[in-house]
Design a protein around this ligand. Structure first.
Ligand code: NAI
Length: 490
């Protein structure tokens, strides 16, 4: 069936739980479709954690992925409570797969409230995949206070936006929407939105708009057909994409691609499904569709179309595993479902439009090993230190803290605000605001002189004579514009 496509080698990790069952089904379908791929089977996940590798992968597995540039993986379990980091997140971050693309579309034969209402869904979620709270940088600042740092970066956001707009243009999308919470997180989500707007200018043919993420959640469950490509920061994207999986029939139908400039990872959105593992009843559709995303990425669009059409035709014929489909017709095992798809290779669906692909005009190459880690900085305007926020541990009232630190201020700084859990409690505030044993004290400079880091270090030293300092953030201004948020009520 396949004649003109070049053979490519990829790394394959079957994963844990239902991983081996669904991966076998998918590779069987690939073999029947004569997909021109060769596989290097590698081990990652639970067995490797259990063998004492804290990253969940061996050096050989890492070398294989870095050589081939493509990892096709089944779901993997991260041992709970052991302190080790998720192998899935580690893999996405280590290889800079900055864009997580997830496609959610109505599949004929998959009964949902929207299919019954004849509302077709074809949504692509592009989730930022590296930054945000997924930096996993967390600390207890006091015994009562936990902090998770949330990074949104300009180069990372620009990289993501470029990918999303290029992808949207290539696939003929009409609308690209940025979802965010910039009304609350004005600096972090504000930067994300700023990068979206900057890149959107280069794509005037695409309608670019934005929506607050909670509004998006409401709109998606009422009119999902109004959206096309939606870009989100990492955590919001994680939540919204599971919501979208629900819209099209559940996790068994949600494929995903983790796209990087050198290495890309293709996997289903769902996990290891321990409740059904080993029973041979898991639905391989999400992994199969992820595989088809991979084939398109590798410019093997002919193979992707052949398999997608076989899947759509099988679904139209009523084939289903236990997690979906008409209750009156018997549920097929994973392997039997795969067999039905194999027999439909060469068929086209009659109800839904057949799959198609645009021949690529660029070439796919193996990852080039960079000489060093790439630094992705943008040109910064003139910057100035305006002061610092000190996060201190104290059970005192804020007025006492202000009085105590007045002498530290001297004639260089003023304390402009003291807040508790982000709400201003001094100089103005409400006695009804309940307190936790950690305050933020904002020192801002009052003269026009330049403040150096060494001045802040001196300020830390003086303040530490009165309070335990949990952490310090510099207050920066760029091109004369303050780059820090106000306290609530300030
Ligand atoms: P899950 O996605 O494994 O299961 C949720 C529910 O969906 C279960 O009832 C399961 O039976 C069902 N389900 C999932 N995939 C299915 C399929 N292909 N066919 C039929 N039913 C399916 O989520 P859960 O239970 O929260 O996580 C289990 C494990 O998976 C955890 O160790 C988690 O860390 C891991 N996980 C791994 C991911 C990855 O490798 N990318 C992603 C999500 C979770």
């Amino acid at each position: 069936m396949q004649t003109s496509q070049k053979t490519t080698t990829i790394s394959v990790a079957q994963g844990d739980g239902i991983g081996s069952e669904i991966m076998q089904a998918v590779l069987d379908i690939f073999a029947a479709a004569r997909v021109p791929l060769e596989y290097e089977h590698i081990e990652m996940g639970k067995s490797i954690f259990d063998a004492g590798f804290s990253t969940g992968m061996t050096a050989q597995a890492k070398a294989s992925i870095e050589r081939n540039g493509i990892l096709f993986k089944g779901p993997m379990e991260t041992p709970k409570g052991s302190g080790v980091k998720s192998i899935n997140v580690t893999a996405r971050k280590t290889w800079s797969t900055y864009a997580n693309k997830r496609v959610f579309r109505t599949l004929n034969g998959v009964d949902t409230v929207f299919s019954r209402a004849n509302i077709p869904i074809n949504l692509t979620i592009v989730r930022e995949n590296i930054e945000d709270t997924y930096g996993g940088i967390e600390h207890m600042l006091t015994h009562d206070v936990a902090l998770c740092r949330r990074f949104i970066t300009r180069p990372g956001s620009l990289q993501l936006m470029r990918y999303a707009f290029e992808m949207a243009k290539r696939k003929g999308s009409k609308r690209v929407t940025c979802a965010h919470k910039a009304n609350i997180m004005k600096i972090t989500d504000g930067l994300f939105l700023e990068c979206f707007r900057e890149v959107a200018k280069d794509y005037p043919e695409l309608r670019a708009d934005d929506v607050i993420v909670d509004d998006l959640a409401m709109k998606l469950v009422s009119r999902p057909d109004l959206f096309d490509v939606v870009i989100l920061p990492n955590l919001q994207g994680d939540i919204i994409s599971d919501l979208c999986a629900g819209l099209v029939g559940g996790l068994g139908f949600a494929p995903s691609a983790n796209i990087g400039d050198h290495i890309s990872i293709f996997e289903a959105v769902h996990g290891t499904a321990p409740d059904i593992a080993g029973k041979g009843i898991a639905n391989p559709t999400a992994l199969l569709l992820s595989g088809c995303m991979m084939l398109r990425h590798l410019h093997l669009g002919e193979s992707a179309v052949l398999i997608e059409n076989a899947l759509f035709a099988s679904l139209e014929a009523g084939a289903h595993t236990a997690d979906f489909g008409a209750p009156g017709t018997p549920a097929l095992t994973t392997q039997a479902f795969a067999e039905v798809i194999k027999t439909h290779l060469g068929s086209k669906p009659k109800i839904v439009p057949p799959a198609s692909f645009e021949p690529a005009n660029d070439t796919i190459s193996l990852p080039k090993v960079p000489a060093r880690n790439r630094m992705m900085s943008t040109e910064a305007p003139a910057s100035e230190i305006m002061g610092a926020d000190f996060f201190i541990e104290s059970t005192d009232q804020a007025s006492l803290i202000a009085d105590t630190l007045a002498e530290v201020c001297g004639n260089r700084y003023k304390i402009s605000t003291i807040s508790n859990r982000g709400t201003q409690v001094w100089p103005e505030g409400s006695v009804f605001t309940e307190l936790i044993n950690q305050y933020r004290v904002r020192f801002e400079k009052i003269d026009s002189g330049t403040i150096h880091q060494a001045d802040i270090v001196a300020l830390i030293k003086e303040t530490s004579e009165f309070f335990k300092i949990c952490s310090v953030e510099l207050l920066m201004a760029y091109a004369g514009k303050k780059a820090y948020s106000m306290a609530q009520g300030q």
